[in-house]
Design a protein around this ligand. Sequence first.
Ligand SMILES: [Zn+2]
Length: 451
Amino acid sequence: MSSNPVAETVASLMPRAKEELAALVAFRSVADFDQFPRSESVGAANWTAAALRAEGFQDVALLDTPDGTQSVYGYLPGPEGAKTVLLYAHYDVQPPLDEAGWATPPFELTERDGRWYGRGAADCKGGVIMHLLALRALTANGGVPVHVKVIAEGSEEQGTGGLERYAEQHPELLAADTIVIGDAGNFRVGLPTVTSTLRGMTLLRVKVDTLEGNLHSGQFGGAAPDALGALIRVLDSLRAEDGSTTVDGLAADDRWEGLAYDEEQFRRDARVLDGVELIGSGSVADRIWARPSVTVLGIDCPPVVGATPSVQAGARALVSLRVPPGVDAAEATKLLQAHLEARTPWGARVGVEQLGQGQAFRADTTSPAYQAMADAMAVAYPGEEMQYAGQGGSIPLCNTLASLYPQAEILLIGLSEPEAQIHAVNESVSPEELERLSVAEAHFLRNYAAS
Ligand SMILES: [Zn+2]
């Protein structure tokens, strides 16, 4: 990329980018103010706001979102009649977890073996820096050819939904022709990847009751209907012998058309113990991106320590179902609820309550925005073709933006490749990835403006 002025500018800005990322990482901006002082998050928000103002952004503001945190907003006007692109990142981070497990202090950006270590270096303070680098590279080379809105969320990791609700209450604020979510990552270092689908989810609580009270298992066990046993049986009915998710009436045979996920690679990424089989059927990508998957998140029953010889009168479980693109989450919820009710054995009383739901998301990869990104990635990653990955989890903000702006294309890129170990101890970012993705984002904005 060395003969490319945008790439040259980004390369020359990398030392400054490192200093800036170090400054941003130094804020312990975990949006849980019982654990970390609010002033740390406010510091990171103010840093981000100042950086936007320095780039000529207007209307820069710290928005008070309904969850008691702040998102940073700014608007950079482009040429008359230009399209509008929204760039997203978040400045809040996961807690450092076990600080003793870090090889270097989590809030001190530290270079080691060609990577920069620190909490939030990849997820997602690096994303803030990536957007700044892309814009600076364009400013230095003829200008930014689109209107740009930046939104840096302050509580993404907490899942408290502040920005989603704020956006719903101010539907004009984030309106854009295309949205770049800088919070995903390449499938592996050096392989340009756009995440084009997200699974949705539904969360149900199931309660099974069989007796007026617990009974002595010696005196009554064998005939007395055991609520915990009934719960175990109905939960087990959600899986086939090979571990595939089986919810009555819910299709589970879709195929993933994008990137292939090698099974051995998956075993390593998931840290599966030797000799233990993967579950489900189809390719790994089918299973984690294109098919439903049920997980029992918790069971209320007596803990082993202190358990008494009793037949349980009641038991509860929290059941999560990841819903693949193309399936309506509300419909999946109904099917799961009906399955749980119909398959609870022995006439046990069963109650199912829904606690949460999010729709799946699928981008239109044939759109001009995707073409613009593919061309940009080809410049930033010579010789590599842009790949399409899915993401097994949901990003509720994507759904909020997709429903507020149904015409807008949403692209998910970012620095969270597997080596980044986001959310774990010793999180790091690859500076080469930061550089390449900043170049890609700059070219994307140019290509998209011209499309
Ligand atoms: Zn993130």
